[in-house]
Design a protein. Structure first.
Lengths: 276, 322, 339
């Protein structure tokens, strides 16, 4: 019997496409017989492809606790993503995974107060872990979520945030947008400053995801208010072809983002070249 | 000659005429020199070399080097000055940032030809007139220099320097070389034989892009073969057609601009005679539009970017191919 | 220990190729190359083939799957056929060692079955190097040119080829061809090994200071200011990568055959600008970062992940082939401290 080849994908069917923002859509993927393609850990990724267009790695945005399907929130920016934005439900894709380490939800995060900080499409990987922690609510302490985007329209998963996260006890959601908008009554300003203004308790474990510039300043801001690097996690992105540590392009020093990451703690990153 | 060149480099640097010197740096052995930008007298005295293996054409490095501040001196062999001149013509190099020193060349050596003569474990080579004394780990050997010349030097087209600020040694002449003989032999083949010839040669290609990256005529910011938007981006041939595609398209892109410097064949790790494709184009241009040597005349318009009522009609070219 | 007269090698080659595909290094106009045995081919004496032996397991281009696309539907077609039994005859110690390094990547979990299938179907007959070249530095990495690994090790001594089995596969190979072989004693081989060792001692690059590269000093090596000068003239081609027996980075791409989509894997090079190019970012912006990545991978990252084994076997192909003669030997000397 031939071993299963990791690089050979399975077929997936897109059953639902939700328009999140002007350039982000969320795709629901199941197997042709309607099942969830595979199990995963929050923070893990999968390779999606449209044969003839290309294959690319995306973080899984749905929570592992969802037993019916996988979801991917995808921003239109390159070849594969542009194509995905042009398709309709019923479209087949190929899928393989899951890849990467995921967040330490069953180890380091247990019993901790969690602070999630996201910018723009950076919410996509965090949505999986946030919903996981909501599902196993008693395993974790208080949850704070700071999320910002360019505008109100650019906030990904806005309905879920308002209708579910904001209404849940023990979860504090802090939203911000970059510039004033008439229909927006919430906070206005960049994420890093907002985080500093909010001034969180330094006993929390923080998770950052967003554009590099946001990460850089939020990290500095958190350190300013007393956080240590070993309390702060992030998830990285790099060009990948295999997802299994063999194609050779996503390494930071001796660590492969696809295999040893994408989730890293900042004290680990400190010991690695900053080629990300 | 090496000492003369070192002294020239030192004096240009010391006089403040230039900030950097582009030349050849010595390697582990006699033959493995690396193009190098020298910044100090110490470095020049320690490792600037010029000998039979200073083969690399340095002119293309000027495209990148002249983006930096300051003046750079460069040493150019006669054939390198054709490339330099062509690059100037194409506005790839600002002339005022370069101090070009023409240097003599009596043909460069090809280590692979020496190896092919059965010499192994070569640790050093001395030039004694028309003989080479070769030291190997298996003893001393001698080889006739003429048996070790690179193909492009056996068929040297010119010993004349086209552009320079100063010249070391005396000026030479353009030569009547036999460089089109091999092209003629290919033309005499039947289409089937010719196809088989190129199939055999090009099927060895590993698409390392050394020919393209070394070519002074290939200075596109983004090559079509690296550009996902071009539709022909490729890293390796997915079919045997693609393998020929790369070299033929590359040859078309440099046609009329290729000076026949021979770097493509020199750097090819698979010893594919790539220069023959370009030479075929050069020969055709000579025959269709009158003799033209790219890089030779900075003011002359290239035949393919010029129109003349006497130009050959496409139909004539087509008939010629029959 | 078995032996066969060199003049009888064609008989052995014919016998092997009757049941299995036989590949051996053959001299061609453009240097030695491994190729499928044809009657009349003789074993090349060259130390290095132009292309390394990695091609057997990790070919430059390899079709992985085919997709049939109809409207919104996609079907995956199995087109795999890497199950041919084959023999590599005359691989050198460095190339054989490179298989071990490739194994550590491709056979690590999850296994690359394309590679694994080919590895399982091979019998490797290695050949000791009677005439190492000045570019050889395998001993730097603890490889003995006189005692190559493989399923069977072989030595050419005078007019005879001596062979000894090193694995069960090797035993099977020798017994399958026993009729053509005769028993031999080891004394001549031992003497040959001494001779080769003596030559290796005289090789100029035999003992490069590679031990200076240490995983603990990863950041120190990474930040070494010498990378700028070393990479200065690199033209960013993929020659070193493609002739290297241990370079194994690849790309996966799709090709529209007009009749379906072929998904293929092909060699890729960290020296190329698009290797890490993303739609919106490029972590390795200049040739310095790309150049550094290649050597850091071989000398620091790979050993850090694989119990100290360097990602280089000292075959010297990159020394002979680099258009600008910049290579790992020069890097080891500069960054490793000597010179």
């Amino acid at each position: 019997m031939m071993q299963k080849e990791a690089l050979l994908p399975e077929i997936g069917v897109i059953t639902d496409i939700r328009i999140d923002t002007p350039d982000v859509k969320t795709f629901r993927v199941v197997t042709p017989d309607g099942k969830k393609p595979f199990l995963h850990v929050p923070g893990q990724c999968a390779m999606l492809s449209i044969p003839g267009v290309g294959e690319a790695l995306f973080s899984i945005t749905s929570s592992p606790t969802n037993t019916e399907f996988l979801e991917f929130s995808i921003k239109k920016c390159g070849c594969v993503t542009s194509f995905l934005h042009s398709i309709e439900p019923g479209q087949y894709v190929t899928i393989r995974g899951p890849y990467g380490n995921g967040f330490p939800v069953e180890s380091a995060f247990l019993g901790k107060d969690l602070l999630f900080v996201a910018g723009g499409i950076g919410l996509a990987p965090l949505r999986s872990v946030i919903n996981y922690c909501r599902h196993y609510r008693d395993k974790y302490g208080k949850i704070d979520i700071v999320y910002g985007s360019r505008s109100m329209q650019d906030l990904v998963d806005y309905r879920e945030i308002i209708d579910e996260w904001c209404k849940e006890e023990g979860i504090n959601v802090h939203l911000t947008i970059d510039r004033e908008q008439p229909e927006w009554s919430g906070h206005v300003g960049f994420v890093p400053n907002f985080v500093k203004e909010l001034g969180f308790d330094t006993g929390k474990t923080a998770v950052l995801c967003g554009p590099p510039i946001m990460i850089k300043f939020t990290l500095a801001g958190l350190q300013e208010i007393g956080f240590q690097k070993d309390q702060i996690y992030t998830t990285l992105e790099m060009r990948m072809k295999c997802g299994i540590g063999k194609c050779g392009r996503c390494n930071l020093g001796d660590k492969f983002i696809c295999k040893d990451g994408p989730v890293f703690r900042f004290d680990q990153l400190e010991e690695l070249p900053d080629e990300y | 000659m090496q000492q003369v060149i070192r002294d020239k480099a030192l004096s240009l640097l010391e006089a403040g005429k230039v900030d950097r010197v582009l030349a050849w740096k010595e390697g582990e052995f006699f033959y493995d020199q690396t193009p190098h930008v020298f910044k100090t007298a110490e470095e020049i005295n320690r490792s600037l070399v010029y000998n039979g293996f200073s083969a690399a054409n340095l002119s293309k490095y000027l495209v990148k080097e002249t983006l930096k501040d300051g003046m750079i001196a460069v040493f150019l062999k006669p054939c390198d000055t054709y490339s330099f001149s062509q690059l100037l013509k194409e506005h790839r190099i600002p002339r005022e940032k370069v101090w070009a020193v023409g240097i003599p060349c009596d043909g460069k050596l090809d280590i692979d030809r020496i190896r092919k003569a059965g010499l192994r474990g070569i640790t050093s080579i001395r030039e004694d007139g028309d003989r080479l004394s070769v030291s190997t780990i298996y003893g001393e050997k001698t080889v006739a220099k003429s048996d070790a010349l690179a193909e492009r030097c056996e068929n040297c087209k010119s010993r004349k320097h086209i552009v320079y600020d100063e010249l070391i040694g005396s000026e030479g002449e353009a030569l009547d070389s036999g460089r089109f003989d091999a092209v003629e032999a290919l033309e005499k083949m039947s289409p089937e034989e010719r196809f088989a010839f190129w199939q055999k040669e090009l099927s060895r290609c590993i698409r390392c892009n050394a020919c393209r990256n070394a070519c002074p005529a290939c200075t596109c910011e983004k090559c079509v073969f690296d550009n996902p938007a071009s539709g022909i981006e490729s890293k390796a041939p997915a079919s045997s057609f693609e393998e020929q595609n790369f070299h033929i398209i590359r040859a078309f892109h440099v046609v009329g601009r290729c000076t026949d410097c021979g770097e493509c064949s020199r750097v090819c790790p698979q010893s594919i005679p790539l220069h023959l494709i370009n030479r075929k184009f050069i020969k055709d241009i000579n025959e269709f539009y009158g003799t033209y040597q790219a890089g030779e005349n900075p003011d002359e318009r290239a035949p393919l970017t010029n129109f003349d009522k006497d130009d050959m009609e496409p139909a004539d070219a087509f008939r010629k191919g029959e | 220990m078995k032996k066969i007269a060199l003049q009888n090698l064609p008989k052995l080659f014919s016998a092997i190729s009757e049941s299995k595909a036989l590949y051996l290094p053959v001299d061609t106009e453009s240097g030695a190359e491994f190729r499928l045995y044809r009657e009349g081919d003789t074993l090349s004496e060259a130390c290095n083939t132009n292309r390394s032996a990695k091609d057997f397991f990790f070919p430059q281009v390899e079709d992985m799957a085919e997709f049939k696309v109809e409207g919104k539907k996609i079907e995956v077609l199995d087109i795999r056929r890497e199950s041919e039994e084959f023999v590599i005859f005359g691989a050198r110690a460095c190339d054989v060692k490179s298989f071990e390094i490739l194994d550590s990547v491709f056979l690590a979990d999850p296994v690359d079955t394309y590679y694994k299938n080919r590895r399982e179907h091979v019998t490797v007959i290695s050949l000791a190097c009677n005439f190492p070249e000045e570019t050889c530095f395998c001993s730097t990495f603890g490889i003995d040119a006189a005692s190559p690994a493989g399923d069977v090790a072989a030595w050419i001594i005078d007019e005879e080829l001596y062979m000894t089995a090193l694995t069960e596969k090797g035993e099977a190979f020798l017994s399958a061809h026993a009729a053509l072989l005769s028993d031999a004693d080891e004394s001549k081989v031992d003497k040959k090994k001494e001779e080769i060792a003596e030559i290796c001692h005289r090789l100029p690059l035999q003992n490069l200071p590679v031990e200076h590269f240490k995983a603990e000093k990863l950041m120190e090596h990474f930040n070494d200011p010498k990378w700028a000068e070393l990479s200065q003239s690199c033209i960013g081609c993929g020659t070193c990568t493609f002739v290297c027996p241990t370079c194994q980075c690849f790309d996966i791409r799709d090709f529209d055959t007009g009749n379906g989509i072929q998904r293929y894997r092909c060699w890729d090079s960290c020296m190329y600008s698009d290797f890490t190019q993303m739609a919106a970012a490029q972590p390795r912006l200049t040739q310095l970062e790309r150049f550094r990545q290649r050597f850091m991978h071989k000398l620091v990252y790979h050993p850090a992940n694989h119990e100290g084994t360097y990602g280089c076997v000292g075959c010297g192909r990159c020394l002979a082939k680099c258009p600008i003669s910049m290579n790992i030997a020069k890097v080891i000397k500069e960054i490793g401290g000597e010179k």
